[in-house]
Design a protein around this ligand. Sequence first.
Ligand code: G3P
Ligand code: MG
Length: 396
Amino acid sequence: MRPQFLHRSLGLLQRVPNRSFVPTGLGRRSLSSSPRVPDFAFAFDIDGVLLRSSKPIPGAADSLRYLKEQNIPFILLTNGGGKHETERVAELSEKLEVPLDPSVIIQSHSPFAELAGALENKRVLIVGGDGDRCRQVAERYGFKNVITPGDIFMANPGIWPVSKVFRSYYEQFARPIQNPNQIDAQDPSRGLKIDAVFVYNDPRDWGLDAQVIMDVLLSSEGVLGTISEKNGQPNLPNKGYQQDGQPPLYFSNPDLWWAAAYPLPRLGQGGFREALEGVWAATTGGPSKGVELKKNIAGKPYQATYEFAEHQLMRNRSQAFGGAITQPLRNVYMIGDNPASDICGANTFRSIHGSEWHSILVRTGVYRGGEPAWVPSTIADDVQKAVEWGLKSSKW
Ligand code: G3P
Ligand code: MG
């Protein structure tokens, strides 16, 4: 049974052009010519809220369509990625049959675009995703010297011999490594230097990707084929690990599990990171021996990702209403399916612009009932009910 407000609003909107329909559940509101500027907005998680492994979840399209009709700002805030924002939003527009602008989507790696300037000509290793789709994303962000583990494997299959079974896959997209210094174990000083490592999306070949990242982290100054002499030195910080000019490591998505087509949640990029941390701990002694894996993690639930999202929302809102905005964005309703990322992030986010984020947990994804680890403002059966709760809370 579709909630009335969305069903009727679509009907009425078709019959009464140029009138914004007020769901009677919220009481009638006088219609005026000047647009009523909402002091609230919505942030939608994608997987498990709007889509379940690429298939629209019932009510998702109607919800977005209604908010568009009402000029209520929203963004899509996902830990997913693997393709450029313009591509993802074009796919979503088609699947949901709602025209969406690239400015409404924030993917796991979207914030990395801000690093392209400083790293423009540095050699960055981009890990994850189908083929070299993530390399293409990075290049569209402005990174000019991008290599993938597939390139490295094809230049020297011995770096991870068991991936020979995937050779035909890597042949499709690997680029010859530009640097004339191939990986030369006999002459490490001529090895390939990596200046930054980014995991843009879930790795497809955990073995090769983990091996290459470990090689870089244990190397001297990020030069593949070398080993830092500082590794394991007890008198150095972190026992000498990552103390020798090794490049920074960025992950884009902490999700240990996510809602795919399979009825049970599936391991996400956070699963890969945990596996890598396990290999790192087994190699270095790990936290029990005072050695941490120095890394940066973006994505929900982290403050930086929510700050990035709030700025995008505010930009979109001011573009939509221009000078008509006389009041700040007061409330944002974050609708998510994963307590550990969506609900935790909204609950712990502290805005410098004064907006208050309210978390709404839906039952159509990772969350499967019971007391969630992160308690939301409310639990809703699905995205439509969640939007209705937000509208009611903001008396729209
Ligand atoms: O890889 C995507 C998954 O981690 C979750 O995506 O849209 O639910 O944040 P989303
Ligand atoms: Mg989700």
